[in-house]
Design a protein around this ligand. Structure first.
Ligand SMILES: C[S@@+](CC[C@H](N)C(=O)[O-])C[C@H]1O[C@@H](n2cnc3c(N)ncnc32)[C@H](O)[C@@H]1O
Length: 277
């Protein structure tokens, strides 16, 4: 157990080891205090137990573990979501997928929407909130991820049916107006998987499991199965890597989709591609 210490001293010392903002957020998490407390009452004491917990979290952050896992939540589209190491940490890149899918859903009366590979549930939950008349289903192969997604749906009052299984398998012969997915799209062994905290995230959420490939194995499967699960005129919309749009459009054309298009993220990168059945 560490000795009790002042929060201002703890912040200053941790700020030499990790990013100062991260140190502040970890301190707020452990002590349940607000930023204003840190500034206005730096002499406030944290207990020995809090000091030990804080030091443990600072060590984990020093080792590269993402802040979101340490505090157990992350922000996406102005909402706070619970996250655990069972789920991918929400990325701002995914906002464009939510926007395009919500717009397509709003154009249909009582649209049936399925989110394949829901993870923390962010995509399904945002669509359900933005398009309240939608009937939203969310699928994931990970039971642990579905537990996190269910808790997030409850927290944000989103009515979603959650199903466990491999892509379309739990859906039987059901058809939808919109299939949306942010699937794993990094090739196994890609050196990027060693950067920016990615080793701490679930590898089955990041990689398509094919070493040395182009990362498109999951997208290929989702495209191949879509015709059996889309209603006439329904949309398949998928997020993909920064350099995969051309290949994903080609897969969609070859599978007979029409109105094939890509949408850019805030950085101007083609991040979502889709087409109509
Ligand atoms: C890139 S993450 C996306 C998570 C979330 N939708 C998001 O945008 O943050 C991909 C998700 O696909 C799930 N997944 C991987 N393989 C799957 C499969 N064969 N069937 C269903 N889900 C799968 C993973 O468990 C993971 O939650």
């Amino acid at each position: 157990m560490s000795a009790a210490m002042r929060i201002g001293d703890a912040w200053r010392q941790a700020g030499r080891r990790i990013d100062r903002l991260d140190a502040r957020l970890l301190l707020e998490h452990v002590c349940g205090c607000a930023y204003a407390d840190l500034l206005a009452r730096p002499e406030r004491e944290m207990s020995g137990e809090q000091a030990s917990r804080f030091d443990g979290l600072v060590k984990r952050r020093e080792a590269g573990e993402p802040l979101a896992y340490l505090v157990g939540n992350a922000w996406f589209c102005d909402l706070e979501f619970a996250v655990s190491p069972a789920v991918l940490i929400p990325r701002p890149d995914t906002e464009v997928l939510v926007e395009v899918a919500s717009e397509k859903a709003r154009a249909v009366e009582n649209p049936g929407v399925v989110d394949l590979g829901t993870g923390s549930g962010i995509v399904a939950i945002l669509i359900a909130r933005r398009c309240p008349q939608a009937l939203v289903t969310a699928v994931d192969v990970s039971v642990a991820a579905l537990d996190v997604a269910r808790a997030n749906a409850e927290r944000h009052h989103a009515h979603i049916r959650f199903l466990e299984g491999d892509w379309y398998a739990p859906l039987g012969e059901e058809r939808f107006d919109i299939i949306v997915s942010n699937p794993p799209y990094v090739a196994e062994g890609d050196p990027h998987l060693q950067l920016n905290g990615l080793p701490f995230e679930p590898q089955h959420a990041l990689t398509d499991g094919v070493a040395g490939g182009n990362g498109l194995a999951c997208i290929r499967r989702i495209v191949a199965g879509a015709a059996d699960h889309l209603r006439a005129g329904g949309w398949l919309l998928m997020e993909h890597g920064y350099d995969q749009a051309v290949e994903v459009r080609r897969l969609l054309w070859n599978a007979g989709f029409v109105d094939v298009a890509s949408w850019k993220d805030a950085a101007g990168i083609e991040r979502v591609s889709g087409g109509r059945a």
